[in-house]
Ligand binder design. Structure first.
Ligand SMILES: [Mg+2]
Length: 257
């Protein structure tokens, strides 16, 4: 199975990179399964499905994996809820409610932090009070900065750690953590070792693959190769369109350990 990160990998500023449609059409005709993966929790999986469809990508709803569904899986598996405080957008709150969670303040048993582009002082104050009260803290994903320069969920986690020193993040759902892998395995009946992760970030996409024994392709898409640190992608493709031929996933070399 091929798993694609979205921002910076398939598109930038809402515009697909050249060759992406052709690549997906080739995958659709092959026997390889594929999925789209995002840590962005501002909108739900249905909205992402519509967004990707509107870009012209061949997909169905089940091909989309977001940190929203991973958050639900994480909290349900850990037995958290149904009363939680969701620090996130109205769409994220709606999604969690559709999964059986009840967003509330007084009765909240845990705080779930997402990428909240609708953050205001009231929400921040409520969430801060819950953290000061010692409620367990969870997050949809760990990214401090979202594509470009937007403060994301990880930045809020740092804020809460500053609000109450010693605060521990009890669980994070999105990549590079385990819940989103389990979500994919459950839905597609694949094992993590059969997944090839395609992405543009070392610390999320490539670390995610390394953490769970997946193979990985780093795509640069015109950006200078980032510092790899201790991470070794199986392949580094200068551009996503090269997956069509030179880096066609079935031709990937086996991992050399
Ligand atoms: Mg990316």
């Amino acid at each position: 199975m091929i798993l694609f990160d979205l921002d910076g990998t398939l598109y930038l500023d809402g515009k697909l990179f050249p060759g992406v449609i052709e690549l997906l059409e080739k995958l659709r005709r092959s026997s390889l399964q594929y999925g789209f993966l995002t840590n962005n929790s501002t909108i739900g999986p249905e909205d992402y499905y519509q967004k990707l469809k509107a870009l012209g990508l061949p997909l169905s709803q089940e091909n989309v994996f977001t940190s929203c569904e991973a958050s639900s899986l994480m909290l349900k598996t850990l037995g958290i809820g149904p009363h939680i405080y969701v620090l996130g957008t109205a769409k994220f709150r709606q999604f969690m409610q559709s999964e059986g969670f009840i967003h509330c303040y007084e009765k909240a048993q845990a705080l779930l932090v997402g990428f909240d582009t609708e953050l205001d002082y009231r929400k921040l104050t409520e969430a801060t009070r819950l953290v000061l009260k010692g409620l367990p803290l969870y997050a949809s994903h760990p990214d401090p900065i979202c594509p470009g320069d937007l403060p994301d969920a990880g930045m809020l986690l740092e804020y809460f750690k500053a609000a109450k020193p010693g605060t521990i993040i009890q669980g994070i759902a999105g990549k590079p953590h385990r819940w989103i892998v389990e979500l994919i395995e459950n839905r597609f009946q694949v094992h993590r070792s059969e997944i090839i992760m395609v992405g543009d970030r070392i610390n999320t996409d490539m670390r995610f693959a390394a953490n769970f024994g997946m193979r990985s392709i780093l795509v640069l898409n015109g950006i200078e190769q980032p510092e790899l640190g201790d991470i070794r992608p199986d392949c580094i493709a200068p551009h996503i369109r090269q997956l069509l031929d030179q880096y066609w996933p079935e031709n990937l070399p086996l991992r050399v350990s």
